[in-house]
Design a protein around this ligand. Sequence first.
Ligand SMILES: [Zn+2]
Length: 59
Amino acid sequence: MAKKILKCQNCGTYTMKGKCPDCKGKAVNIIPAKFSPEDKYGKYRRAGKQKDLKDKGLL
Ligand SMILES: [Zn+2]
């Protein structure tokens, strides 16, 4: 299981504690990139991969 990574809302420092070690700001959970709703091309990448598998007869 992946460790929980938090990011300081104030200065952007990554930490694993609820409080930023640099500025004592509040650190919040970051969303893993693969689940990012901003990843517009993720669905096309996945579609491409599925097509690859089909082409190879793996699906
Ligand atoms: Zn900070």
